[in-house]
Design a protein. Sequence first.
Length: 184
Amino acid sequence: MSRTIHTDVITELAKDGFTKAHLVKVNFDTPVYLTDHAHALTYNSQSYESGGHLLGMSQVNETAEMRVGSFSLNLSGVEQSYISILLSQNVINRQVLISRVVINATGGIIGDPILLYDGRIETFSIADQSDTSTINLAVTSHWSDFEKRAGRRTNDASQQSFFPGDKFFKFASQSVKNIKWGRA
């Protein structure tokens, strides 16, 4: 993905040491803003919440070839509002934005965030243990369903999923053999 990097960020990255953090925006009905930094960060008048709710994410890889990228985003299920959102809203295909920022000595963001990933939620899972709860969001590129075939099939299994008990396509495969097209 092509991107520009702010000159202040380039200057900071050239130093021997720097602090980085991630900004995560999940576009639920009410967007959730999280960071893996030790303190809350503010960018574009939006506060990115710290506090350990963002447990981790898999590495975002870029390649020159055309392929569907994906990664895993882990959130704390101890924050019950996230579980409530997942169980009460349609979260599939919701946008997730992951950006990287460089932090100055006073805890402010230097320059502009670098967009690492713009994807959509493909699936989610909630894992509860006796002492903790974890939410895993599987996020993929918006190209993930590019080769997916839409629509219905003219077979009995497809008909049963939409109209249980209907026998319309039960013998469709046998009747196809007897159809004659054109003049006889």
